[in-house]
Write a protein that binds this ligand. Structure first.
Ligand code: ZN
Length: 294
């Protein structure tokens, strides 16, 4: 279809977009309303499957996503967030994109009845056999009838939504398996915040096909609300502890100012920067509850 008959629109709120970034042969656009950036056209499932298989084998079993000590520390903080926000009433919990199941293991040891959904075969195997954590293979969209409607009190999705080609479908499927009033917790990279505006598109999240979406705080809130969640609270300065928040702020700020200065001195304009990614960025977390009435 040509651009005149089918203009690119924001997948969250259908607003017009402006061209954003180019990574390889993938393009990202930014919504003029909510500020979320997304890949378009979206790579198909065959491409993504191949990409992730190569990513996992390339990194080896014990690298990449499997930096266990770091993950356990992060998951401990995430579990404390869930426990305090729900007032200890976690109920039956599902972790979407559970990986090898380390987050679920922490919850299980604390007496929570929980399950996971995961696309990676090795992740599901590890969770089931090594950790004794119940994990099902597939996307939440494909597993929602396996779990059934209104079957969970809490759903978590840590560092997953930015990798998904159709996050609105995923959020609706999560809403389906949650009981009315049930909680959804999300953690993802933050875009369109102060650091992103200071150095547009330079932070680590703009690297499709690894990250297909870079949500803004407003975009993440809007996406959750449109999928049937209410009372959505976004913490756009998320980290695992208060001291880590400050360290990240200072590191991000110093890097941004240094890079901005270099860019000004060299008179580099944004196009020259568009294909360079730096390992600094903000993260955010969000919590909301499934609306009690339709
Ligand atoms: Zn939008």
């Amino acid at each position: 279809m040509s651009k005149t008959t089918s203009p690119v629109r924001c997948p969250i709120d259908q607003s017009p977009v402006v061209p954003g970034y180019i990574a390889g042969n993938l393009r990202m656009y930014r919504c003029t309303s909510c500020g979320t950036a997304f890949t378009h056209p979206m790579p198909d499932n065959a491409f993504l499957q191949k990409y992730y298989t190569e990513f996992h084998t390339g990194e080896g079993e014990d690298a990449g996503y499997s930096q266990e000590a770091k993950m356990v520390r992060k998951h401990g903080a995430q579990y404390r967030l869930v426990k305090s926000t729900t007032g200890g009433k976690i109920g039956r919990m599902l972790d979407v994109g559970c990986g090898k199941g380390f987050f679920l293991e922490i919850a299980m040891r604390d007496g929570v009845i929980c399950e996971g959904a995961e696309l990676s075969d090795t992740g599901v195997d590890y969770a089931n056999t090594k950790l004794g954590v119940k994990a099902a293979h597939g996307t939440i969209e494909s597993l929602k009838d396996h779990f059934g409607p209104e079957s969970f009190d809490t759903v978590t999705m840590w560092g997953v939504i930015e990798h998904l080609p159709y996050p609105m479908d995923t959020l609706r499927a999560i809403n389906y398996v949650l009981k009315p009033g049930g909680w959804l917790f999300i953690q993802t990279g933050a875009g369109n915040d102060w650091i992103d505006r200071l150095l547009p598109g330079v932070n680590q999240w703009y690297d499709p096909p690894m990250h297909l979406f870079v949500f803004s705080p407003a975009g993440l809130q809007g996406a959750m609300e449109r999928a049937g969640f209410e009372g959505v609270d976004v913490d756009s300065w998320y980290d695992i502890s208060t001291s880590r928040r400050w360290i990240r702020l200072i590191r991000n700020g110093a890097s941004a100012i240094a890079l901005r200065t270099i860019a000004e001195l060299l008179r580099l304009k944004t196009p020259g920067f568009q294909q360079t990614r730096f390992p600094f960025a903000s993260e955010m977390s969000a919590a909301g509850r499934k609306a009690r009435s339709a």
